[in-house]
Design a protein around this ligand. Structure first.
Ligand SMILES: NC(=O)C1=CN([C@@H]2O[C@H](COP(=O)(O)OP(=O)(O)OC[C@H]3O[C@@H](n4cnc5c(N)ncnc54)[C@H](OP(=O)(O)O)[C@@H]3O)[C@@H](O)[C@H]2O)C=CC1
Ligand SMILES: O=C(O)C(=O)[C@@H](O)[C@H](O)C(=O)CO
Length: 267
C-alpha cells in the first residue's frame, strides 16, 4: 500500500465540530486520517469523508483496537463495530492501540487482526505503542509482521532505538503527538532559531524534521490555517546540522504523559 508522507490526527475531534475539522483537512489535501475505537469519533470520520465527496479509495483510513477487546472473538466483533460506526466497508489500516503487556493478550488480538485482513475487513494491519519485545513476539508466534508502528515521537522524545528497530524490520514508524500536543516544544528557543533561519514556523520545522527522520507524522488541528501550514513542509529541507540540533533536544523525561508501553495499560 502506498501512503502519503503525512496524515491527519483526530483525537478529540468529535460531533459536528469534528466533522467540520476533518472535512476541512480533506479539502486542504490530507488523504490519511487516523482514528481509534476509543476516540468515539469513527462515526465523525465516516461522516466527514462522505460529505467531502472525495472517492473512498483515495483516502487512507486507519483505526485502532482498544485494550478491553483483545480477546480473539471480541477483537473481531470490535473491528466490525468500528466499521459500522464509520459506515465503511473496510479500513485501510487497523492497529492494536496499546500492547497492554500485563493483560498479555496482544498476540491473541494480533491473530484477530490477521483474520480480519483475510476477511477483507482491513487492508493492512499494524500496531501502536509496541516495543521491540512485543513485536518480536508477534512475529515469532504468528509469522506476520506489522506494517506500521504508531508511537509517541516529537523533538523531546525521538525514540532512536525504536526507529532503528522498525527500520531494520521494514516497519513504517508513525509519530503520534508529532507537535508534542502543543506543549512547550512548540516554543522551544532552539527550534525557533532554526525556524527563523529557514523562514518557517516552529511547527513546520518539527514536522519536516520528522519527515527527514523517515517517520510519518499525524498532526491534529481544528484550524484550517494550521492544517494548511502543517501540510506545507515539502518545499524546504533541513540541513544535516539542523537535523542533529533538533535530535539533540531529546530529554530523559521527554514523554508527554509518562505513558511507557512497558508499563502503561489503556483499556
Ligand atoms: N496511538 C496513540 O496512542 C496515540 C495516537 N494519537 C494520534 O496522533 C494524533 C496527533 O496527536 P495529538 O495528541 O492530537 O497532538 P499534536 O502533536 O498533533 O498536537 C495537536 C495540538 O497542536 C495544536 N496545533 C496543531 N498544529 C499547530 C500549529 N501549526 N501551530 C500551533 N499549534 C498547532 C492543535 O491545536 P488546534 O487543534 O487548536 O489547532 C492541538 O492543540 C492524534 O490526534 C491521534 O490521532 C495521539 C496520542 C496517542
Ligand atoms: O490518544 C490516544 O490514542 C491515546 O492512546 C491516549 O492515551 C491519549 O494519548 C491520552 O492522552 C489519553 O489521556
Amino acid at each position: 500500500m502506498s501512503l502519503p508522507q503525512i496524515g491527519f490526527g483526530t483525537y478529540k475531534l468529535n460531533g459536528a465540530l469534528g466533522v467540520n475539522a476533518i472535512n476541512s483537512a480533506l479539502n486542504c489535501g490530507y488523504r490519511l486520517i487516523d482514528t481509534a475505537f476509543n476516540y468515539e469519533n469513527e462515526g465523525t470520520v465516516g461522516e466527514a469523508i462522505r460529505r467531502s465527496g472525495i472517492a473512498r479509495e483515495q483516502i487512507i483510513i486507519s483505526s485502532k483496537l482498544p485494550g478491553r477487546h483483545h480477546h480473539y472473538e471480541e477483537a473481531l466483533t470490535t473491528i466490525q463495530e468500528s466499521l459500522y460506526r464509520a459506515g465503511l466497508d473496510y479500513y485501510d489500516l487497523y492497529l492494536i492501540h496499546w500492547p497492554n503487556p500485563k493483560e498479555n493478550l496482544y498476540v491473541e488480538a494480533w491473530q484477530a487482526l490477521i483474520t480480519a485482513q483475510k476477511l477483507g475487513l482491513v487492508r493492512e494491519i499494524g500496531v501502536s505503542n509496541f516495543l521491540p519485545a512485543h513485536i518480536n513476539r508477534l512475529i515469532s508466534e504468528t509469522g506476520v509482521k506489522p506494517a506500521v508502528n504508531q508511537i509517541e515521537l516529537h523533538p523531546y522524545f525521538s525514540e532512536p532505538e525504536l526507529r532503528v528497530f522498525d527500520q531494520q524490520n521494514k516497519i513504517l514508524t508513525w509519530a503520534w503527538s508529532p507537535l508534542g500536543r502543543a506543549s512547550s516544544v512548540l516554543n522551544d528557543p532552539i527550534i525557533a532559531g532554526i525556524a527563523d533561519d529557514v523562514q518557517r514556523s516552529i511547527g513546520q520545522v518539527i514536522l519536516r524534521w520528522e519527515i527527514q527522520l523517515g517517520v510519518l507524522p499525524i498532526p491534529k488541528s481544528t484550524h484550517t490555517s494550521r492544517q494548511i501550514e502543517n501540510l506545507n513542509i515539502f518545499d524546504f529541507q533541513l540541513s544535516d546540522e539542523q537535523m542533529q540540533t533538533i535530535t539533540n533536544l531529546e530529554r530523559p523525561d521527554g514523554r508527554l504523559q509518562n505513558q511507557d508501553p512497558a508499563e502503561y495499560e489503556e483499556f
